[in-house]
Design a protein around this ligand. Structure first.
Ligand code: SF4
Ligand code: SF4
Length: 102
């Protein structure tokens, strides 16, 4: 089998408009949905770092959970969360549960 030369390879996807990926709501791909149980979250930020879609947001504010005060919490933007489960797999306290999409 001979491989095509570089100029014979079909042109792949081209982004013609900056920021157009915002309209691609990848949340529609989801069959499992991550739920963050705030009472188990130790604010380690690991889910935020690992999410491949950048859909976990750090929300600043005053939050009291089981008598402990926190300056922020984490929320998931379900418009773009594709339900891969990486966040749940990496969370050290198992604060993220994957549940079937309703
Ligand atoms: S990985 Fe788990 S414990 Fe850490 S911030 Fe995310 S939800 Fe909280
Ligand atoms: S399930 Fe995947 S895409 Fe959704 S928040 Fe977790 S790591 Fe991100």
């Amino acid at each position: 089998m001979s491989l095509p030369k570089v100029h014979e390879i079909p042109i792949g996807g081209i982004i013609t408009e900056p920021g157009s990926s915002r309209r691609n709501l990848t949340g529609g791909w989801r069959s499992l949905k991550p739920i963050i149980h705030d009472d188990r979250c130790i604010r380690c930020r690991i889910c935020w770092m690992y999410c491949p879609e950048g859909t976990i947001k750090e929300v600043k504010g005053e939050f009291v959970v089981k008598g402990k005060k926190y300056q922020y919490k984490y929320e998931i933007d379900y418009n773009y969360c594709k339900g891969c489960g990486i966040c749940a797999h990496e969370c050290p306290t198992k604060a993220i549960e994957m549940v079937p999409e309703a």
